[in-house]
Design a protein. Structure first.
Length: 289
């Protein structure tokens, strides 16, 4: 017998909370390109539930015995990703959106500097901070805290500059650091991608920052966001994408628009999470009542 005076509401809240956890896991597996792990995990859970429903006592006992070992193995294998999840939770809870200016004129300066570098085939890597903190992933370099200008950016990436091979970090509309080292992507990517592209993808996999890359060999411009490379066709296209990124991270973006964006994406994962959560509730909670 349920102790709750509102058993129906308790059941709905129970299913909703578990569905949110499952949805978070699905998105995590999707972003970290470890779908095979998700498949193995759900197979593990399916066999365990089936064993319980069929009253397979020994099988259930074995699964319970290996459960602790399994959890420890997951933590060891995905310690970096788990740390990132808790970091994101802390950011969402305690940190306000990045303080992009209402009229980010500095984006035009960045776009023009990048365009000039591309014309002259000067390699460049510029990082625009999102909401996630970058400090843990950015190493080396020099602190600057300088006003953004075409002259400053182009001088940093000049071949005679000490920091031209590193990344420039843009925070709060200013150049905070330059000559920085970024984590390289561990995924199996196109072998034609250079170190700058691998570093840009690597950081975009770990944070919500936007990376701008200029290829030294081809003179092309690309963006890295959420672990994906986005080619840029011209100066107008680059500036448009920078302004879109700034507006999405801006303080001007309302909670309503964020909620609308949430419901537009990952519909398949939401339906799977809801179905699995309802199935688990019926298998473990409803049957035992």
């Amino acid at each position: 017998m349920s102790l709750s005076p509102f058993p129906f509401i308790s059941a709905i809240l129970d299913i909703t909370f578990v569905a949110c956890l499952i949805y978070g896991l699905l998105i995590w597996f999707k972003r970290t390109q470890t779908a095979f792990v998700a498949l193995g995990l759900f197979l593990f859970v399916f066999v365990y539930i089936s064993a319980r429903l069929l009253n397979m006592v020994m099988t259930v006992w074995i699964f319970r015995g290996f459960f602790t070992v399994f959890i420890i193995a997951i933590i060891v294998i995905f310690q970096e990703e788990i740390r990132q999840v808790f970091e994101r939770i802390a950011v969402w809870s305690f940190r306000s959106p990045a303080a992009f200016p209402q009229s980010p004129q500095y984006l035009e300066r960045i776009a023009r500097a990048v365009s000039d570098c591309a014309k002259d085939k000067i390699g460049a890597l510029i990082i625009l901070e999102g909401r996630d903190p970058l400090g843990r992933h950015v190493h080396g370099g020099w602190d600057l805290d300088g006003e953004i200008s075409e002259a400053l950016l182009e001088s940093i990436f000049d071949a005679h500059s000490l920091g031209h091979d590193g990344a420039v970090i843009i925070e709060n509309g200013r150049v905070s650091r330059f000559g920085c080292r970024l984590p390289l992507s561990k995924r199996s990517l196109d072998g034609n991608l250079g170190t700058r592209h691998l570093a840009a993808i690597g950081l975009s996999e770990l944070t919500d920052a936007l990376a701008i890359i200029v290829s030294e060999e081809k003179g092309t411009i690309s963006l890295a966001l959420s672990g994906e490379i986005i080619p840029v066709t011209d100066l107008g296209n680059l500036q448009q994408r920078l302004e879109l990124f700034a507006s999405e991270k801006s303080l001007l973006k309302t909670k309503l628009s964020e909620n609308q964006e949430f419901w537009k994406h990952n519909l398949k994962e939401k339906l799977i999470a809801a179905a699995v959560s309802a199935f688990l509730w019926l298998s473990f909670v409803f049957v035992s009542r």
